[in-house]
Design a protein around this ligand. Structure first.
Ligand SMILES: Nc1nc2c(ncn2[C@@H]2O[C@H](COP(=O)(O)OP(=O)(O)O)[C@@H](O)[C@H]2O)c(=O)[nH]1
Ligand SMILES: [Mg+2]
Length: 364
C-alpha cells in the first residue's frame, strides 16, 4: 500500500511524513522551489498479530507495510498558473492513494503560499489542478484514438473513444472521474492511465493544538463543511506536535500518549484512515515458521487473495480453510476451533474478511 502525501508548499507534508515514518527529513520555513522527494516504509501495528505471535511463537513475524511518499509541491511563480509541476503530478499519479495535506494552522513565522490560511480555496485549487491534469491525458488519448481510427482500426476502438468522451465532459464540468460508475469493461479500459481524480483521497487537515480543542475555529469549521459537501474523508492532525511525539522511542511515545490521555498516536490514526479510504483489510497466515498479516482490498475473492502469497497458490487453488480471528482466540488453537466447528472450508469465490486466519490448500 502506498500513500502519496501531496499538498501546497508549507502545508506540513514533510512534518507528517516524519511523524508517520519516524524519519527526520528536511523541514523548511521558507518556500523552496527545489525539494527532494522522501520515501519511507512503516509496519502497521496490529494487536491481533501481536497476540498470534504470542500463541504461535513463530521464527518470524511480519506486519503489513504502508509506504509513504512525501511529494514536494512547487510554489506558484509569478505569471504561472500551476502550483504543481508535471513532475509533481506524475509522482502523485504513481501512488495508490493520495493523502492531501491542507494547512489549517496559523503561524506568522511560517509563510503561506497565498499569504493567508484558507483551507477551502487551497483544496479547490489543488483539485482543479488534478482535473486539468487528467483532462490533458484524456485529450491526448482522444487525439491518438482519432488517428488510429482514421487508419482503419475503427470497431475495436469505438468503445474506448466513447469512454474518453464521457471522461472529457465529466472533467470539463470540473467533476472527478471517481463520480462516474464504470462497468468492469470500462474499468479495464482506463486502468493504465492512473487518473488522479480516480484515486482514493484522504484529506489531512494540519492544525495547531489550539484548533484541535476548538472545533468552532473558523478554518476547522470550513474544512469539515467542505469535506461533507464533497463527500470526502478527512481528519485533523496537529502535525508539529505529533512529529515531536514520534521522535520519542516507541516505549516513551506510549507512556507520553497515556499520560496525556491521547487515545491514539497520529501515526496510527493516519494508518487506520488510509486502510479505510483504500477499503483495505488484513487476513492472517499463522504457523511455527511465520505469523503474517496480508493487507488487501475488502471483498477480494479467496483465490485472488492466495495470489498475494504466491502465484502458484492462486493457480493451484483447491480451497481455503478459514477461521475468524475472534473464533480462533475463543478456542485457543486451530485444532480446538476445528472441533468447535468454526473452521470453514471456502471456495475460490469466498470474499476474504478482515481478521480471517487462512490456510490455503493447493496443488501445482
Ligand atoms: N505551527 C505549526 N507549524 C507547522 C505545523 N506543521 C508544520 N509546520 C511548520 O511549517 C513549515 C513547513 O512544514 P513542512 O513539513 O516542511 O511543509 P511542506 O512544505 O508541506 O513539506 C516547517 O517550518 C514546519 O515546522 C503545525 O502543525 N504547526
Ligand atoms: Mg516538504
Amino acid at each position: 500500500m502506498n500513500i502519496g502525501l501531496a499538498g501546497l508548499p508549507m502545508s506540513g507534508k514533510t512534518t507528517i511524513f516524519n511523524m508517520a515514518t519516524r524519519a527526520s527529513a528536511q523541514l523548511r520555513d521558507y518556500i523552496s522551489q527545489s525539494e527532494e522527494i522522501n520515501n519511507g516504509v512503516i509496519k502497521v501495528p496490529d494487536s491481533r498479530i501481536d497476540k498470534l505471535t504470542e500463541i504461535f511463537e513463530p521464527r518470524k513475524t511480519i506486519y503489513a507495510n504502508v509506504e509513504f511518499t512525501d511529494i514536494p509541491g512547487v510554489a506558484k511563480k509569478e505569471g504561472d498558473s500551476a502550483s504543481f509541476s508535471s513532475k509533481t503530478l506524475s509522482n502523485i499519479r504513481i501512488c495508490e492513494a493520495i493523502g492531501l495535506v491542507v494547512r489549517l494552522f496559523n503561524d506568522e513565522k511560517i509563510p503561506h503560499v497565498h499569504d493567508r490560511v484558507n483551507p477551502v480555496s487551497d483544496i479547490d485549487e489543488i483539485f482543479l489542478e488534478f482535473v486539468f491534469s487528467d483532462l490533458i491525458l484524456v485529450q491526448n488519448k482522444i487525439e491518438r484514438l482519432q488517428k488510429d481510427m482514421k487508419a482503419g482500426k475503427k470497431p475495436e476502438l469505438l468503445r474506448e473513444m466513447e469512454l474518453m468522451e464521457k471522461f472529457k465532459s465529466t472533467l470539463e464540468a470540473e467533476k472527478f472521474l471517481s463520480t462516474l460508475s464504470l462497468s468492469s469493461e470500462e474499468d479495464g479500459l482506463c486502468r493504465g492511465f492512473r487518473f488522479l481524480t480516480q484515486k482514493p483521497i484522504l484529506v489531512i487537515g494540519n492544525c495547531g493544538d489550539d484548533q484541535l480543542k476548538n472545533l468552532n475555529d473558523e478554518n476547522v469549521k470550513n474544512f469539515f463543511s467542505y469535506l461533507e459537501k464533497k463527500g470526502l474523508d478527512g481528519f485533523l492532525i496537529s502535525a508539529k506536535t505529533e512529529m515531536e511525539i514520534s521522535n520519542l522511542s516507541p516505549e516513551d511515545e506510549a507512556t507520553f500518549l497515556k499520560e496525556y490521555g491521547i487515545l491514539e498516536s497520529g501515526r496510527n490514526k493516519l494508518i487506520r484512515e488510509a486502510f479505510k479510504i483504500l477499503n483495505y483489510i488484513s487476513f492472517f497466515t499463522v504457523g511455527k515458521d511465520e505469523v503474517r498479516a496480508w493487507p488487501l482490498q475488502n471483498g477480494t475473492p479467496a483465490q485472488k487473495a492466495a495470489g498475494k502469497i504466491h502465484s502458484d497458490i492462486e493457480r493451484g487453488f483447491i480451497r481455503a480453510e478459514v477461521v475468524a480471528y475472534e473464533d480462533f482466540i475463543k478456542h485457543g488453537s486451530i485444532a480446538a476451533a476445528k472441533t468447535a466447528g468454526t473452521v470453514r472450508l471456502e471456495g475460490k469465490e469466498y470474499p476474504v474478511k478482515d481478521g480471517d486466519i487462512i490456510e490455503f490448500r493447493f496443488a501445482v
